[in-house]
Design a protein around this ligand. Structure first.
Ligand SMILES: NC(=O)c1ccc[n+]([C@@H]2O[C@H](COP(=O)([O-])OP(=O)(O)OC[C@H]3O[C@@H](n4cnc5c(N)ncnc54)[C@H](OP(=O)(O)O)[C@@H]3O)[C@@H](O)[C@H]2O)c1
Length: 295
């Protein structure tokens, strides 16, 4: 991608986060001078520390892949969830505006309540069902208000990819040990491979996109379908059985349907995200094999 060659990027959460690592990889591949930041380098996330760090780095573009992502635990730690998902990105947006760096911030399908029977567009009204979704929605609104229309907010969903444990990784670990697994079949969403999300984000960035975009792999699945496909691709002899959310009670309520409509991305870039099942094969055959081989 020529548009980013020679630019300087800072990726918050870029060393250890699931998406952050994929973003760092994609930026380096695109020829961007990339600094990946984790909480060890940063320490505190207060305004002064952020301002100092970013003044030194002088990035052209800042990616925020830091978030409080534990959906169930957020119900019991709302202050921490709002600090990381609203207050921190708000400070980051102010600092970025001050140094004229573009900000790319990530959000979630969990800003929706699942009541719509068709894929959600960025114009659909959010109505989060849980604290995590509420804190992420507050974060989106804060960065757009404080950072202005050039801030890019990318909503994505159901992430899997290399470098950190995730739903698919956990399912395959369990499927290696068990003869059968019960997986929820009454929640439908858009599984998304983090390297595809990272590359497609950069497609938006080089075109100067601002405002809210939805990005996910094409197609939809229930958690059970995603698990069954992963187990089949990995060639494991574990039966994946459909159960209801009520049979697997969770602390936080989740939307029954949160498929994302990515047509605004396609309209701007002329590109279509590939189907999630194709990306899943790449994850299982390439990334997980490499991780297994590396021990
Ligand atoms: N995972 C999903 O299925 C999913 C779905 C939809 C949207 N999203 C959104 O996508 C983005 C990336 O999610 P992800 O799954 O890649 O997240 P993740 O793997 O949980 O990574 C979160 C990052 O936040 C950092 N972080 C967490 N607590 C922190 C704290 N107290 N202080 C400083 N840093 C802290 C972590 O820092 P360290 O690197 O230092 O550990 C990590 O890099 C988020 O905005 C999330 O809301 C995720």
């Amino acid at each position: 991608m020529s548009g980013l060659r020679g630019a300087r990027a800072a990726v918050f959460g870029g060393r250890k986060g699931l998406l952050g690592q994929a973003l760092s990889t994609a930026l380096i591949k695109a020829g961007c001078g990339t600094t990946a930041l984790s909480r060890e380098e940063l320490g505190a996330l207060d305004h002064e520390t952020l301002a100092r760090a970013l003044k030194d780095l002088a990035p052209d573009i800042v990616f925020n892949a830091v978030a409080y992502t534990q959906v169930d635990r957020a119900e019991d730690e709302p202050d921490l969830a709002f600090e990381l998902n609203q207050a921190f990105p708000a400070r980051l947006a102010e600092v970025c505006k001050g140094i004229r760096a573009r900000l790319v911030h990530y959000s979630t399908d969990f800003v929706f309540d699942g009541g719509k029977a068709a894929p959600y567009t960025p114009d659909d009204e959010p109505a989060p069902l849980n604290v995590y979704g509420q804190s992420k929605l507050a974060g989106e609104r804060a960065v757009l208000e404080l950072g202005g229309p050039e801030v890019l907010v990318v909503r994505s969903s159901w992430l899997f990819g290399p470098g950190k444990t995730n739903f698919v990784h956990k399912i395959l670990e369990l499927a290696r040990k068990r003869k059968s697994l019960g997986v929820v079949h009454d929640q439908t969403g858009s599984p998304t491979y983090t390297p595809d999300l990272a590359e497609n984000t950069l497609e938006l960035v080089v075109r100067g996109a601002g405002g809210i975009f939805h990005l996910a792999n094409a197609g939809m699945a229930t958690w059970c379908e995603l698990a069954a496909e992963a187990v089949a691709i990995a060639g494991l002899e574990c039966r994946v059985e459909a159960i209801t959310g009520a049979q697997y009670p969770a602390r936080a309520e989740r939307p029954a349907y949160s498929v994302l409509d990515t047509s605004a991305f396609t309209a701007l870039t002329g590109k279509r995200p590939r189907p999630w099942a194709q990306a899943l094969r790449e994850y299982v055959f390439k990334d997980l094999r490499a991780e297994l081989a590396a021990g």
